[in-house]
Design a protein around this ligand. Structure first.
Ligand code: F6R
Length: 243
């Protein structure tokens, strides 16, 4: 796409069509969502469609990729807060229908939480659609370089590139949490459809490696090459290093 605005609208329209189709079938739509700058305009367009076109999220169930640990849900950097401000508080999704990893858990409770998060997704039959971003280091979710293809939902130590990119939000590198809870690659790969968004020149290198490079745990997004129904939605600059 020429720019992220047009691209985001196209993605939001695909999600809306899926929700409407599932509603017709009397089935819930199971969506996987990301935070960060990449999906913001998609969420804006979904809100607009809710307000102006009656698009309802009453039968939508969502699971977010990740949350920093430790993190209080009302903190300025919290992904719970981000999702509420950017999407959930502006649509008619029931509060019980959205799920975000819990950054307030003690370390001992995290494994059980992660197993439960995956069990809930499985019980619903997995994701109909997963919306992803990509890190400059090729991460998806907080599945950092080194993550294996069948990795489960877990506490992950953040990579230095991720921390550098988050430093501005936390007011300094030393204030960025060392860890985050992330959905594993395994559940992402089981989604029926994956759409990855990337905007800007700073993403061009990881996008080129993800699409055209050899599949490697060094760039977890390369695993998506093995997924049968993944689309990368890029603006011109993010696509600029593709051959
Ligand atoms: C966000 C997430 C991350 C981001 C990625 C890109 O929930 O899991 O993988 O999608 O770091 O971030 P932005 O979109 O801010 O460039």
């Amino acid at each position: 796409f020429d720019d992220s605005e047009k691209a985001s609208k196209a993605v939001a329209h695909e999600i809306a069509a899926l929700i409407r189709q599932k509603n017709k079938e009397g089935k819930p739509t199971i969506l996987g969502l990301a935070t960060g700058s990449s999906p913001k305009k998609v969420y804006q367009e979904l809100i607009r469609m809710h307000k102006e076109e009656g698009l309802s999220f009453k039968n939508v169930i969502t699971f977010n990729l990740d949350e920093y640990h430790p993190m209080e849900p009302d903190s300025i950097q919290s992904y719970v807060r981000f999702m509420r401000e950017q999407l959930f508080d502006h649509i008619d999704i029931p509060v019980t229908n959205y799920h975000i990893p819990d950054g307030t858990l003690t370390i001992e409770k995290i494994p059980e939480f992660c197993r439960d998060y995956e069990a809930k997704i499985e019980k619903l039959g997995g994701f109909d659609f997963y919306l992803l971003g990509i890190g400059r280091n090729g991460h998806i979710g907080f599945n950092e370089p080194g993550s294996v293809i069948n990795s489960k939902t877990r506490l992950m130590t953040l990579d230095i590139t991720t921390k550098i990119d988050a430093a501005i939000d936390f007011g300094g590198l030393e204030k960025v949490p060392k860890r985050a809870i992330t959905l594993g690659i395994d559940k992402i790969m089981q989604a029926k459809r994956i759409v990855l968004l990337a905007w800007g020149e700073h993403k061009a290198q990881s996008v080129a490696k993800a699409v055209e490079g050899p599949i490697t745990s060094d760039i977890p997004a390369t695993y998506l090459q093995q997924h049968p129904n993944t689309l990368f939605i890029l603006d011109e600059t993010a696509a600029s290093l593709l051959t």
